[in-house]
Design a protein around this ligand. Structure first.
Ligand code: TGC
Ligand code: FAD
Length: 389
């Protein structure tokens, strides 16, 4: 990993500011120093490496674009993307933690929360003193979150919350959960549920073959009394959680490039060193085809992410544009991981190299934050005007 070089075939660095490059290099350094040396073991042990939390906070990975007055790093969208790219070069599960904390926990509190909620939670989330999770998906409602049955009733001085969420990143150890639930009129609202509230539990989901260095679990609400002060009043309806997903999906469009870069870089170096039939396998046309296609696809994905970032900086990116980039870049990365693994032959299946871990992680990334199919249907709706969900 020390030899890692980031491919930049179209001189994209020239489009970045000094601040972008500084933020990216600091994150890259952190990943090399803190993540790469421990991540394989963490994945083998199926344990989220909690010791990374402080370092992630220090490099600004928790709330990169949240204003500094609330403890965020106050960076732009390109910097946010570059941070996600570099973290996911290390591992998708670590990027998941940063994505959830930033875009699915801090963002809704910042966008929809009260001033008191912002002051109470944002600085602690930015510093990593508190970790959050995001509960939208339910056992019977994944792609169709609008069908959710988790609900709350107004009991005068508090709300009474019932229901369950499934597949929730970081739930087993999160201090707070952003929970989407329906009120008595069936309207979706976001509530901040805190660990320790009676009737609230977070069992861990075991036996995953993917995203093993990330903790995944349930959120169970059995007559949980939630103080009225914990409802985020700024926005209701399905558009509220979907608005957070826009930001997280954008981060994934960059993150996937990081995983792809790591696979490409590993395969390229291996192909130059590995000799068969008396010559490096890099001199064989079949291996060159794989490598040439990889760098082409990475370059296209980089251009897409960069352009989307500039549109987001200008407040002009649409949800459908974000869906296209998430879908394209994750598929690009998973295809590259599969091809790269073949270039390494038998060595490709071992934990000596990162490729198989990336490949398995990407099976979650292509499913969460909207499946590959759902993003295609979002593009389909955007260009035809017909919803085919
Ligand atoms: P639909 O009728 O289309 O929309 C309902 C309302 O929402 C608005 N809207 C959006 N608003 C903001 N951002 C978006 N991206 C939006 N998309 C839609 C829409 O305008 C409408 O507003 P209004 O005011 O008219 O009510 O809703 P639908 O029920 O037909 O569903 C559409 C569909 C299928 C696209 C949507 O449900 C969807 O995206 N499904 C996928 C679910 C998903 O992505 N779940 C992710 C869970 S979180 C997660 O996976 C975290 S992993 C984290 C990690 O570890 O990194
Ligand atoms: P389903 O919706 O049941 O889909 C099954 C299959 O049917 C898919 O291939 C899908 O594309 C297809 N399909 C569904 N609807 C249609 C349609 N209309 N037309 C055509 N095909 C369709 N959720 C959270 O809320 N918070 C989290 O932190 C979180 N973290 C996650 C972490 C991991 C590791 C994983 C695996 C998931 C996580 N999720 C989280 C849940 C994730 O968002 C859902 O898994 C995802 O939205 C898909 O839902 P589902 O698994 O219920 O699949």
């Amino acid at each position: 990993p020390d030899l890692f070089q980031a491919p930049d075939y179209y001189n994209l660095d020239e489009l970045l500011t000094d601040e972008h490059k500084m933020v990216r290099d600091a994150t890259r350094e952190f990943v090399k120093r803190e993540v790469s040396p421990i991540i394989e073991q963490a994945a083998q042990d199926a344990k989220f490496p909690k010791q990374l939390i402080n370092g992630l906070a220090e490099i600004g990975a928790f709330g990169p674009y949240i204003p500094e007055e609330y403890g965020g790093a106050g960076l732009d969208q390109i910097s946010y993307g570059l941070i996600m790219q570099e973290i996911e070069r290390g591992d998708s599960g670590i990027r998941s933690t940063a994505s959830v904390q930033s875009s699915l926990v801090m963002y809704p509190i910042f966008k929809y929360g009260t001033e008191e909620q912002k002051e109470k939670f944002l600085p602690k989330l930015a510093s990593g003193e508190m970790i959050g999770c995001f509960g939208l998906t339910e056992p019977d409602h994944g792609s169709n979150p609008g069908g959710m049955t988790t609900n709350f009733k107004d009991k005068g001085d508090h709300y009474l919350l019932n229901g369950a969420k499934m597949w929730i990143s970081n739930s087993p150890f999160a201090d707070i959960a952003i929970v989407w639930a329906k009120n008595e009129e069936g309207r979706i609202h976001g509530l901040i549920v805190e660990r320790g509230m009676e009737g609230f539990s977070t069992p861990e989901t075991h036996n995953k073959w993917s995203l093993r260095a990330s903790a995944t679990g349930e959120l169970i609400f059995d007559n949980v009394k939630v103080p009225k002060a914990n409802l985020m009043p700024g926005k209701s309806g399905l558009g509220a959680p979907l608005g957070c997903l826009d930001s997280a999906r954008y981060g994934i469009a960059w993150g996937a490039i990081g995983a792809a870069m790591d696979c490409y870089d590993t395969a390229l170096r291996y192909s130059k060193e590995r000799e068969q039939f008396g010559v490096p396998i890099a001199s064989k046309q079949l291996q060159q085809k794989k490598l040439a296609e990889m760098i082409t696809e990475i370059t296209k994905a980089q251009l897409m992410a960069w352009r989307l970032g500039t549109l987001r900086n200008e407040g002009k990116a649409t949800s459908a544009q974000i869906s296209m980039a998430k879908r394209n870049n994750v598929e690009m990365a998973i295809n590259i991981a599969r091809e790269a693994r073949q270039i390494l032959g038998g060595m490709g299946i071992t934990g000596e190299y990162s490729i198989m871990r990336h490949m398995m992680n990407l099976e979650s990334v292509i499913t969460y934050e909207g499946t590959h199919d759902i993003h295609l249907l979002i593009t389909g709706l955007d260009i035809t005007g017909h919803a085919a969900f």
